[in-house]
Design a protein around this ligand. Structure first.
Ligand SMILES: [Zn+2]
Length: 200
């Protein structure tokens, strides 16, 4: 359970997986796009803790072709990660095109960062070179994906066991037996199905 706001699914347990899950109901005929407009992307990256609230406040009112491009870039990046996760899930080789697309955005994201000294002497922080650039949320997503690919325990990344759910999550449970994106949703539905079968 999470208290994070918005229409987003926060059961991923990692911002990059939460990003993949922003396209909801993937197995259906009509998946629900929760990153439909640019301000959704800003809202997601802020709520996921990928950009700060002051950066987000400046980006939220932006509109225009650069914002549309950044949004498309984030959706494409998300689908590249989805391709990687799906290949891993079904035990197929990962297509180099998906990894190349991610690597390109990761390189661009690193180029958008710089170091600054903070008020305390000898302390250095990383910042966006142009925090008002519409691409900042796209870069933030790329860096989240990089952290997942480089540091996550891949044996813990799984897809929800429900047939009609493609939510991915990081299983951080001690027993490593998490099956459902959420107990409230898919877990309960499975319980009800088992109960109904028992009644037949
Ligand atoms: Zn599920």
């Amino acid at each position: 359970m999470t208290t994070k706001s918005g229409p987003f699914d926060w059961s991923g347990g990692h911002p990059a997986l939460d990003l993949v899950n922003t396209l909801d109901e993937r197995p259906s005929q009509a998946p629900v796009e929760n990153l439909a407009v640019y301000c959704n992307l800003v809202r997601f990256t802020e709520a996921a803790g990928l950009i700060g609230s002051s950066v987000a406040a400046n980006l939220r009112p932006l509109d225009g072709p650069a914002c549309a491009n950044a949004l498309r870039g984030a959706q494409k990046l998300r689908e590249s990660l989805y391709a990687v996760l799906t290949a891993n899930e079904i035990g197929r080789p990962i297509k180099p095109a998906a990894l190349d697309a991610i690597a390109l955005q990761v390189r661009r994201a690193h180029a958008a960062r710089t170091f600054v000294s903070t008020s305390r002497s000898g302390v250095v922080a990383q910042r966006w070179i142009s925090p008002a650039s519409p691409e900042v949320p796209l870069h933030a997503c790329a860096l989240a994906i990089e952290s997942l690919l480089v540091s996550a325990d891949w044996s813990r990344i799984r897809k929800c066991c429900a047939d009609d759910c493609e939510v991915f999550f990081l299983d951080t449970s001690k027993a490593r037996r998490r099956q459902w994106c959420s107990m409230q949703n898919c877990g309960n539905r499975a319980k009800q199905r088992r109960w109904r079968r028992g009644q037949e």
